[in-house]
Ligand binder design. Structure first.
Ligand code: ATP
Ligand code: MG
Length: 404
């Protein structure tokens, strides 16, 4: 089965050959095409040096010249064009001490992590697949290129990549590759939090998060990532995550819920951005308490959480307590009704605003805020009270209390 290269990729490869060099599509894009999936991006490997690549194409960006990568821009798309390279010695378990450019595609493929990621393709030569990657893809197997222990020793992140690909692709990790993980898992401590988070996120969002259970087999990974064994039944957790919509904040809320208060530290350790960390913490905080099915409580939640987050919280509740599905369904329908009728649940939606209160003689900013809160509480209990006329009649009550 030939890989159909997009026109731009073919153009870049042809241009490189036209200038006397070699070039191939390589890595994840070839793997994804062999799986019948649409690649997110196309990477190209070439015998040309970065300087030579820059001479051939009009618009380029120096993405990682030191590592041989130049980004070629074509019709609003970006393509990473990387010079064939072999990695020098790995001194610290996470990055090569130096990279050396190579002259043959085979050398470049041998530095790649898994056989399925070590296939090159172009229209002239077809596949270059020295490690049997296409066969492994067919059999759904994740296998290191070369000796697994050595490859994981060089770069510990590869262990986590193996597990995340198992989740994303639903592949099995080949036994020797899998058994090399346990004794080396502690080396993950060398990897930056950002890279760990990226892989963990892909794992949790993958089609088969049951791959998490490989962490149980390979206990040290859990200790390195989270400081202790997973607090709870990993298999049950994986099933919950599998049933969850593929949304980062939701899958992390399910995963970290079991850590309770410790989850705050884990979110910080993983260097989440503040907004996402806050959203995840919010779900974790609100998952255990009961959700009341009355319109006052629902509106309080819609206000505190935003409608979007409230519905997501309900989704999580439905996953965690399937026996209460009917109750959550009723709460969801009630919330949808409140939104559809445009019922007020926030100060912004009140029929009066701060200026009305100031005009009525309430001078102090704090008192204005308190009065608006009180009016909102009244309207949450009785939506029909949210008219300008009715709320204006309430205001003098606050003005009288507005003493020094
Ligand atoms: P994705 O679809 O998630 O992008 P990918 O396989 O394209 O998966 P990338 O991180 O984009 O993953 O890397 C591109 C290619 O670079 C890989 O297919 C693999 O050949 C190689 N590669 C990436 N990370 C490593 C690594 N840590 N060690 C060895 N080779 C790697
Ligand atoms: Mg990629």
């Amino acid at each position: 089965m030939p890989v159909i290269l997009p026109a731009n990729v073919k153009f870049i490869i042809d241009a490189l050959y036209g200038a006397g060099f070699e070039a191939y599509a390589v890595g994840g894009c070839v793997r994804d095409r062999l799986l019948g999936a649409e690649p997110k991006d196309w990477d190209i490997a070439t015998s040309a040096t970065p300087a030579q690549v820059k001479e051939i194409f009009r618009r380029t960006v120096d993405t990682g010249i030191k590592h041989g990568t130049v980004t070629v821009l074509l019709e609003r798309c970006a393509y990473e064009v990387t010079t064939y390279r072999v990695d020098g010695a790995y001194l610290d378990g996470r990055r090569p001490s130096e990279v050396t450019f190579a002259s043959r595609i085979g050398d470049d493929l041998s530095r790649r992590d898994f056989t399925m990621n070590a296939i090159a393709y172009n229209g002239r030569d077809g596949f270059v697949d020295p490690f049997g990657g296409a066969e492994d893809i067919k059999n759904k197997i994740i296998r290191c290129v070369g000796e697994a222990s050595q490859r994981f020793n060089e770069d510990a992140l590869r262990m986590l990549r193996a597990v995340r690909f198992a989740s994303q692709l639903g592949f099995e990790i080949e036994p020797q590759t899998l058994s090399a993980i346990q004794p080396l898992a502690r080396k993950l401590a060398l990897i930056s939090a950002e890279r760990i988070r990226e892989e963990l996120t892909k794992l949790l969002l993958g089609a088969r998060p049951q791959a998490l259970c490989l962490f149980r087999v390979n206990l040290p990974i859990q200790y390195v990532l989270f400081g202790r064994e997973y607090p709870g039944d990993m298999l049950e957790k994986a099933a919950q995550i599998a049933a969850c919509p593929k949304v980062t904040a939701l899958v992390y809320a399910l995963f970290l819920l079991n850590y309770g208060a410790e989850s705050v530290k884990i979110l910080r350790d993983l260097r989440f951005d503040n907004k996402t960390a806050r959203e995840i913490s919010e779900y974790i905080r609100l998952l255990p308490p009961r959700l009341e099915n009355d319109s006052y409580a629902i509106k309080k939640n819609l206000r505190g959480l935003s409608a979007d987050h409230f519905f997501k919280l309900l989704t999580l509740k439905e996953i965690l307590e399937p026996e209460k599905a009917a109750e959550f369904h009723a709460i969801r329908a009630a919330a949808e009704g409140i939104l559809a009728r445009g019922e007020c649940f926030s100060i912004r939606q009140l029929a009066v605003n701060g200026d009305d209160l100031i005009a009525a003689g309430i001078a102090d900013g704090k008192a204005v805020g308190a009065a608006l809160e009180s009016l909102l509480d009244r309207v949450l209990r009785d939506p029909s009270a949210n008219t300008r006329a009715r709320l204006l009649t309430e205001i003098p009550r606050f003005a009288r209390n507005d003493g020094p």
